[in-house]
Write a protein that binds this ligand. Structure first.
Ligand code: F6R
Length: 603
């Protein structure tokens, strides 16, 4: 989604452009930068499309010692230059970049800004015009006008403001959108994602919701909107900036798919002792073990990982588990059991839909745990407990290794809780061994990339639509496989519980329709073969992916044996590769599919 980078106290142009480039993966459709050289010169450049367009448009004299930059993912108003940020007020004094959505922008416009001339259709312009108006009419400093404006504004925001009558300050504010301050020697940076400024500093201070800051090159003053001073200790973020580089891979997505065996091996070390016992904080296991039901909330790929998690938790912990779309549960909160425990799955830890549910859970005093790949993210901070997915930075918009880590980490939870509750199934669950077999299994799949690419080119790419079908544990994988393929290749794909197809949707199957059939479930393997025949009889082009013990000589891909409940760890990798090749071989931008954003911070 939108990205923000600001810097004060050092040559700002390169730092901001580099930072914005690192945020490209989040998805955006226009970009802009404001620079001020503190000697009376200022520059504003905005473009539609890629950051490269911005770089091409800027002249060499556009330099500054302070600046703010933004990548915009359009919500209010089309992607145009006028709607791109920085937005500015009608007097040309204030420049502002903003992530989030101002919910009451129309009310503010009607009530306070009737005489103001607007140049854009954005909700953001309302904020900068309001700041300007309050500063003028009430003779407020920029910082005071910002705070006064925020008292009137409802919505989510991470925003950076520069007042060109006093350009040696950046004023910032945060509510429900990520923003962090990075501390340098003689300079400071502000960003919506630490990854974008890791080449500048590794020392960060988080801003919390409802806080504002006045930042100069050597200092920062943090306070609440009401004006109460806040002190918070800086921390070191030890992420290797190389982990976020593409290396020799053509696309991040392929790099991240290939990293999955090492993600699993790392998780074995991180979450299991040498004898295979889960290494989780006892209070987390105790809290989970007291529950009579688990409720998993998530969106998209994380939701699909939750569906696998349900099977793991029910099998090994013996606790009934419900999985809900966060976007639905936020406004139609599910009926809870007597002792519920809520689990939030989120790669980014910032998904607005999940946050609405978490806020409700906090209100109701319900215990919660967030599993996220971004420790320190909003959902991690606000839940009762948080665990890290340890997958390393995931840059491609399509989630791959975070899904693998979500499944594996839920398996750790299932084993830990099951052992605590003295379940024999959990004691017999040789998770360390199974995860290590899964890592080897993924490596085996990776050796079959050529074959997967051929099948994709021959059967999937020529079609406008496709199906994945599976039963049992393969059903949630079929859902994830379909999401992966459609999001990066734009081929309309649906995942189905195999037998459901014949209850209606089979009418869409015609000559050449690709149907990918997944067979890991011994109980329904024969029935799956029957469902495959049904679609073949209607002209479908079938790709059969079966685990060794259930495979036939004519099957297209044979997968190594693995614990049934962990089999998604291997099967999904075939689907990820099909999606990757479908996108790449169609000549698409694999890492940045159209209309999508990496972290979805609006509802
Ligand atoms: C698809 C994908 C999305 C996310 C979803 C939730 O590849 O990445 O479906 O899974 O937007 O995001 P997180 O996990 O960050 O809450």
């Amino acid at each position: 989604m939108c990205g923000i980078v600001g810097i004060i106290g050092k040559s700002a142009r390169e730092a901001i452009l580099n930072g914005l480039t690192k945020l490209e993966y989040r998805g955006y459709d226009s970009a802009g930068i404001y620079l001020n050289d503190l000697q009376g010169k200022q520059y504003l450049t905005k473009t539609v499309g890629r950051i490269q367009n911005l770089k091409d448009k800027m002249t060499s004299d556009e330099q500054g010692q302070v600046g703010i930059g933004h990548t915009r993912w359009a919500t209010h108003g089309k992607p145009t230059i006028a709607n791109a940020h920085p937005q500015f007020d009608e007097t040309g004094r204030f420049y502002l970049v903003h992530n989030g959505v101002i919910e009451n922008y129309q009310d503010i416009k009607d009530k306070y800004l009737q005489d103001t001339t607007f140049e854009s259709n954005t909700d953001t312009e309302v904020v900068v015009q309001l700041i300007s108006k309050l500063a003028r009419e009430q003779k407020l400093t920029a910082f005071a006008a910002l705070k006064a404006s925020l008292k009137l504004i409802k919505g989510s925001y991470a925003l950076l403001l520069i007042d060109n009558t006093q350009p040696d300050h950046i004023y910032v504010a945060k509510n429900k959108s990520p923003l962090m301050l990075g501390l340098g020697d003689g300079f400071n940076v502000i960003a919506s994602d630490a990854l974008s400024v890791l080449d500048q500093t590794k020392t960060f201070v988080d801003l919390h919701d409802g806080e504002v800051a006045d930042i100069t090159k050597d200092n920062y003053q943090l306070e609440t909107i009401a004006g109460n001073k806040v002190t918070r200790k800086p921390y070191q973020l030890n992420i290797d900036p190389d982990a976020a580089s593409k290396g020799t891979y053509e696309f991040y997505m392929l790099k991240e798919i290939a990293e999955q065996p090492s993600v699993l091996r790392h998780l074995i070390q991180y979450y299991l002792t040498e004898d295979g016992t889960p290494k989780l904080a006892p209070e987390i296991v105790d809290a989970l073990a007291q529950a009579d039901k688990f409720y998993i909330f998530a969106a998209g790929t994380s939701y699909h990982a939750g569906l696998v998690g349900k099977m793991l938790l029910e099998k090994y912990a013996g606790i009934p588990t419900e999985v809900d779309f966060a976007s639905e549960a936020g406004y139609h909160f599910p009926m809870m059991s007597k002792h519920p425990f809520l689990i939030f799955l989120s790669q980014s830890g910032e998904t607005a839909d999940s946050r609405v549910v978490l806020q409700e859970a906090i209100k109701r005093n319900l215990p919660s745990l967030t599993l996220t790949n971004v420790p320190g993210s909003t959902l991690a901070r606000e839940a009762t407990y948080a665990l890290s997915l340890e997958a390393g930075p995931e840059i491609a918009v399509a989630s791959t290794k975070a899904y693998i880590a979500q499944v594996a980490t839920q398996a750790v939870l299932a084993k830990a809780v099951g052992e605590k509750l003295l379940k024999q199934e959990a004691r017999n669950f040789n998770l360390a061994n199974d995860l290590s077999l899964a890592a080897e299994g993924i490596e085996q799949v990776l050796t079959q990339q050529k074959k997967i690419e051929q099948l994709t080119d021959q059967i999937i790419i020529p079609s406008r639509n496709a199906f994945y079908i599976g039963r049992g544990i393969d059903y949630p994988v079929a859902l994830e496989a379909a999401l992966k393929l459609k999001e990066v290749s734009y081929i309309q794909t649906e995942g189905f519980a195999a037998a459901e197809l014949k209850h209606g949707t089979i009418s869409l199957v015609e000559k050449g329709t690709p149907v990918v059939a997944l067979i890991n479930d011994p109980v329904t393997a024969d029935l799956m073969r029957g469902n495959i025949q049904e679609v073949i009889a209607r002209g479908a082009q079938v790709i059969i992916i079966a685990k060794q013990q259930l495979a036939k000589a004519t099957d297209d891909l044979v997968l190594p044996e693995l614990n049934y409940y962990l089999s998604p760890l291997i099967t999904v990798v075939v689907a990820q590769l099909i999606a990757y090749y479908a996108s790449r071989d169609k000549g698409l931008d694999v890492d940045k599919p159209r209309n999508l954003a990496k972290s979805v911070t609006v509802e």
